[in-house]
Write a protein that binds this ligand. Structure first.
Ligand code: ADP
Ligand code: GLC
Length: 489
């Protein structure tokens, strides 16, 4: 495909700052698109934590149309790549301790609408060559609600780039009171039922969904699910209406960061050819969490945001069963207070069998992927999910609910798939504790009683290839379509 100028707009980018999978995607997809000859540049807010990780930086613009005075644009490179990175430096809005979206106590920053409106406006100025960079975007690729105003604002320009909006998670919408329209100085003509208005309020997410030329989400199954009331969060009608413009493009992963043969976080590297290092990582993990040092005891892991989405309640309801099965469990996560407390209590009642670490720890996430035998993702919904894909590469068998990207990446160990040697993990259907129990029992049963099949699962999983190449090509096709749709109006 022709080379285009692409501006990739994201609110978190690994390894600069990360709360979840969006950062992994924004940190790796642009390099894959660059390898396909696109002039792609990434723009994100200059959070305090990101600044430190992005050095060296240079100031490239102080003169940006339509943003608060004093806004600076800093330029660097996406670490480990030649992709240009712009950091939107508005100290009042971004130079503070805490996370990108929430403060240290876990509450949303009260000025999030101002923060991400200013960010979006700066992205528009860059795209339209109004930021003094002498560069103009052909395509602007936005991600999630934090950049949802970009397609809306750009829609008002006659000579504008094509816009693509990728939904990573419909549950976070950037929904604010209607008064925000004026407070943010947004144009009145964007305020109507087909525009930014959503149930009487102002929705950043809707800006992306309603105004972009092309839409995507991060797996084919989630693309279908979000057109239903059960998963659509009220957007199912609009998404169904725009379905011709909606694609489900499965996330890729960055195997330079996530491969057990070259992962610097591990105590022993390993590969499908020689799995002995996996046992060493299991022993190290058991030691880290103070678990009994038993090589043959099934060890189950979970890493993730402790949010309703992730089905932590289903795991909590299974703690006693995991104990009675004689399995071990390690959990790494942070999020809602109830889950944090309940998980910590579970660990306190079963030292030696259950280990819990509350917090965010990149290295430990890698060590859990390598050290456990099975990885749990009992998600109520999962747009794509990356951990199950990492698990496959690490010879760790995923146990997942059959939804979203989990359904698209893990093949259930039923008789037919085992016979065809395509099985890689275990599915369960309904989001109930009993269904999860059944899946855990199946996995533990196979681990203990059918080592040959277990080894087959591991090896089939490790052979799977979810690198970006294929998905990056699908994005290029979507960019091409977006240009045509823009021209059709
Ligand atoms: P989501 O984006 O919904 O959080 P994904 O599976 O797409 O889910 O991606 C989650 C990413 O965040 C993975 O790379 C995972 O390892 C990482 N992650 C989540 N919680 C933690 C944590 N507490 N510590 C370290 N990494 C974490
Ligand atoms: C979201 C989703 C997750 C997805 C990630 C990256 O946070 O919850 O399923 O993998 O975005 O697209």
């Amino acid at each position: 495909m022709a080379a285009h100028n692409v501006l990739f707009v994201a609110s978190e980018v690994a390894p600069l700052i990360k709360t979840g999978g969006l950062a992994d995607v924004a940190g790796s997809l642009p390099a894959a698109l660059k390898a396909q000859k696109q002039d792609i540049r990434v723009v994100m807010p200059a959070y305090r934590a990101a600044l430190a990780n992005a050095l060296p930086l240079s100031i490239v613009s102080l003169n940006i149309a339509g943003v608060p005075e004093g806004t600076r644009l800093l330029e660097g490179r996406l670490p480990g790549t030649s992709v240009k990175l712009y950091l939107v430096d508005i100290p009042d809005l971004f130079d503070r301790d805490g996370g990108p979206y929430v403060d240290a106590a876990g509450h949303d920053w009260a000025d999030n609408p101002e923060r991400f409106a200013a960010f979006s406006r700066t992205a528009c100025a860059i795209a339209l060559d109004q930021a003094g960079l002498d560069w103009r975007a052909d395509i602007v690729h936005c991600n999630d609600w934090q950049s949802g105003l970009v397609p809306a604002l750009l829609s008002r320009h006659a000579d504008r780039p094509a816009t693509v909006f990728t939904i990573h998670n419909l549950a976070y919408q950037g929904h604010f009171g209607s008064y925000m329209l004026h407070q943010l100085g947004l144009p009145q003509d964007l305020w109507h039922m087909g525009g930014l208005e959503f149930h009487g309020g102002l929705s950043f997410m809707k800006g992306g969904i309603a105004y972009s030329d092309a839409l995507s989400t991060v797996s084919p199954t989630y693309a279908q699910e979000i057109q239903t009331a059960a998963y659509g969060y009220g957007f199912e009608g609009l998404l169904g209406h725009r379905r011709e413009r909606l694609r489900g493009i499965l996330n890729g992963v960055d195997y330079t960061q996530w491969s057990p043969d070259k992962d610097p976080h591990l105590s022993a590297p390993y590969s499908a050819k020689d799995l002995s290092g996996k046992a060493a990582n299991k022993a190290a993990l058991q030691q880290h969490f103070g678990l009994a040092q038993e090589a043959d005891t099934p060890l189950i892991g979970l890493v993730g945001r402790l949010a309703e989405q992730k089905g932590i309640d289903l795991l909590l309801a299974n703690i006693e069963r995991i104990k009675s099965l004689g399995a071990q469990l390690v959990v790494l996560g942070s999020g809602d207070k109830y889950s944090q407390t309940a998980l910590s209590q579970a660990a306190a009642t079963a030292p030696g069998q259950i280990g819990v670490h509350i917090g965010f720890n990149e290295g430990l996430a890698h060590r859990i992927e390598a050290g456990v035998d099975m990885f749990l993702m009992p998600s109520r919904f999962e747009p794509c999910g990356l951990n199950q894909i990492y698990s496959l590469k690490y010879g760790t068998v995923p146990i997942v609910r059959y939804t979203g990207g989990l359904a698209d990446t893990v093949v259930d160990a039923n008789e037919a798939n085992l016979a065809a040697k395509t099985a890689t993990g275990f599915h369960f259907g309904d989001a109930t504790a009993a269904e999860l129990t059944h899946a855990i029992e199946r996995a533990v049963g196979m681990y203990r009683d059918h080592n040959d099949l277990w080894q087959q699962l591991i090896r089939t999983g490790m052979k799977q290839d979810f690198s970006w190449r294929n998905s990056a090509k699908q994005y290029l096709e979507l960019y091409q379509a977006a240009l045509q749709w823009r021209d059709q109006g």
